[in-house]
Design a protein around this ligand. Structure first.
Ligand code: CP
Ligand code: NVA
Length: 306
């Protein structure tokens, strides 16, 4: 049982250095290759990952659970609906208890402060499986996907079209760590958090016109207009984001070889047209698959080390 009093956590991309992130992506590519070759690799035999979900998930749950199985370990699905967390047991106490039994904890929740408080009281590594502020695991998959399709992203231009949300924030952090330019096109009132943006000012530009942001871009990315927890703002957001759909005219402004990514789930006809997400620039299915490989590399690094 891992009893490290100061475990490494992965709450933000900024928790890892550029060198560590690069190594992790190459390890993910390697784990994908060996999995597809049918080779067994079970370094997490006897290890358990607790997965705490306070929001819905398809990809995050399935990729972490399957990843633990493939690495020889076990994953526990814990919903706040049927654990004591949902009945008000303090997050600090839950962290103390869970981390005396399991080897790693993944949490998907609302306030980012919740994962930070959990991590501060955990004896084992804690992974951010999405908060209102950040979604770093998705960026591991996105960066792996770019690497596999186009090579190094350093020096390239990425266009983020849409909400200045948790995914946008993680792209801002990625721009710093991976050294790309990020053009963010969002409507006024939906800008990213200045606390995330300001330290990345050298890498990022805020624009209002999606076609201008996409001009010459090597990668175009978007996400839903209303994130989990914002369902009641759907109509208001549909108005605010009208004109921000990634459609063929946006992709035509990008580089001819540009890739299109979306963390999914997607709403065709809202943030992206069917012609783009189902079209030749789109790599969204590779991106979704890479959640598995990138997080296996992360679990291996955090639980047993390289
Ligand atoms: N992209 C992503 O995190 O998907 P889920 O919400 O299905 O986990
Ligand atoms: N921004 C979205 C991402 C879903 C994976 C949300 O938080 O709902």
């Amino acid at each position: 049982m891992d009893n490290d009093p100061t475990p490494r956590h992965f709450l933000s991309l900024l928790d890892l250095s550029t060198e560590e992130l690069t190594r992790l992506l190459h390890r993910a590519v390697e784990l994908k290759r060996t999995l597809h070759a049918g080779e067994r690799h079970e370094p997490l035999n006897g290890r358990t990952l607790a997965m705490v979900f306070e929001k819905s998930s398809t990809r995050t749950r399935v990729s972490f659970e399957t990843g633990m199985t493939q690495l020889g370990g076990h994953a526990l699905f814990l919903s706040s609906r049927d654990t004591q967390l949902g009945r008000g047991e303090p997050i600090e106490d839950s962290a103390r208890v869970l981390s005396r039994m399991v080897d790693c904890v993944m949490i998907r929740t609302f306030a980012h402060d919740t994962v930070e408080r959990f991590a501060a009281h955990s004896r084992v590594p804690v992974i951010n499986g999405l908060t209102d502020l950040l979604h770093p695991c998705q960026l591991l998959a996105d960066m792996q996907t770019y690497l596999e399709h186009r090579g190094d992203i350093a020096g390239r231009t990425v266009a983020w079209i849409g909400d200045g949300n948790n995914m946008c924030h993680s792209y801002i952090n990625a721009a710093r760590r991976f050294g790309f330019r990020l053009h963010i096109a969002c409507p006024e009132g939906y800008d990213p958090d200045p606390a995330i943006l300001e330290p990345a000012a050298d890498h990022c530009r805020i624009l209002r016109d999606p076609r201008e942001a996409a001009a010459g871009a090597d990668l175009v990315v978007t996400d839903v207009w209303a994130s989990m927890g914002q369902e009641e703002e759907q109509q208001k957001r549909e108005h605010a984001f009208a004109g921000y759909q990634v459609d063929d005219t946006v992709m035509a402004a990008a580089d001819g070889d540009a890739l299109f990514m979306h963390c999914l789930p997607a709403h065709r006809g809202e943030e992206v047209s069917a012609s783009v997400i189902d079209g030749p620039h789109s790599v969204v299915w590779d991106e979704a698959e890479n959640r598995l490989h990138a997080q296996k590399a992360l679990l291996e690094m955090l639980i047993v080390g390289w």
